[in-house]
Design a protein around this ligand. Sequence first.
Ligand SMILES: NC(=O)c1ccc[n+]([C@@H]2O[C@H](COP(=O)([O-])OP(=O)(O)OC[C@H]3O[C@@H](n4cnc5c(N)ncnc54)[C@H](OP(=O)(O)O)[C@@H]3O)[C@@H](O)[C@H]2O)c1
Length: 311
Amino acid sequence: MRGLRIEKPGRPPEVAADLPVPAAGSGETLVRVAAAALGHLDRSVASGTFPRNPPPPYVPCGDGAGRVEESERFPRGALVWLRGGGLGVTRDGVAAEYAAVPDEAVHLAPEGVDPMLASCFFSPATSAWISVHELAAVRDGQRVLVTGAAGAVGSLAVQLASLAGADVTALVSREERAALVPGGVRTIVGTVDAGPYDALIETVGGPGLPARLDAVTPGGVAVIVGYTAGARLELDLPSRCAHDVDLRFLNMIRRAPQAFALADDLLVRLSEGELILRTDRYDLAEAPAAWQALTDGRARGRVVLEVSVDR
Ligand SMILES: NC(=O)c1ccc[n+]([C@@H]2O[C@H](COP(=O)([O-])OP(=O)(O)OC[C@H]3O[C@@H](n4cnc5c(N)ncnc54)[C@H](OP(=O)(O)O)[C@@H]3O)[C@@H](O)[C@H]2O)c1
């Protein structure tokens, strides 16, 4: 079968046509995969710097969607999305025509949902929801700054904060990214302004983060979600104490049970168009280019691979 293979961590994925079709063991479901999402976690695992990776050579991608081929638990032909159970982290992922998936990682999707959307919504939608509603506890009328606002988590955070009644400002790195920000919110390019903001949803990190923390009003909150532009932050503790901004961190691994509980509702809202998640779609054969676009920050939405035609 066709699929992606990572020969060993540290190497990018290659497209293979000779992968063996896996057999579903006890407690597993065999899925004909329609779509697989490429994300930053898949890149980290493949880099070899992540604490865990599947035994190489392995099939990457922890998120996907497709139809049940063989299962003791799910009806044959049912549309499902795939996530959890160590997929793509401790065992083969789903970027191949067939995947044998632990039943706990198989989730029924409403018929009619686009498999490309079902494959990729989980992480950004649940991360944005928890960041906005729980960690930042955004309320009506608050001023909220979202960085990486053209990205997957950022664009959903913009929408959810706006729906909560916040006055949202989107920050993007370059002019051409501004057009990708949803919902006509105020957008600034490059460096943050003086604010002040009641809450910051930070998906980018990097050297501009201290200035963005300064733009949050004392008593406000900064939610650290991601660090695509840089993973280090040096803090001057006396001025941080004086400035008194509540620094909160998102850990979606710890919050997985909550995320799964939120997922069905978010998938329906996305499928019905109440929320928008832009997808950057590639054929499986174009996976190396997709991987590079994600690495370089050129992705124009969640990167999704079409693995096989859904039927
Ligand atoms: N803490 C958690 O549990 C958790 C959960 C989910 C996601 N995350 C993390 O959150 C971050 C955002 O995820 P996402 O899915 O929204 O990612 P994304 O859509 O690929 O990127 C978000 C934004 O980051 C900037 N960016 C991306 N790649 C870059 C690069 N190579 N150099 C500089 N800037 C870059 C871009 O901002 P511009 O558009 O402004 O250029 C992009 O819009 C990632 O680090 C992800 O790992 C963490």
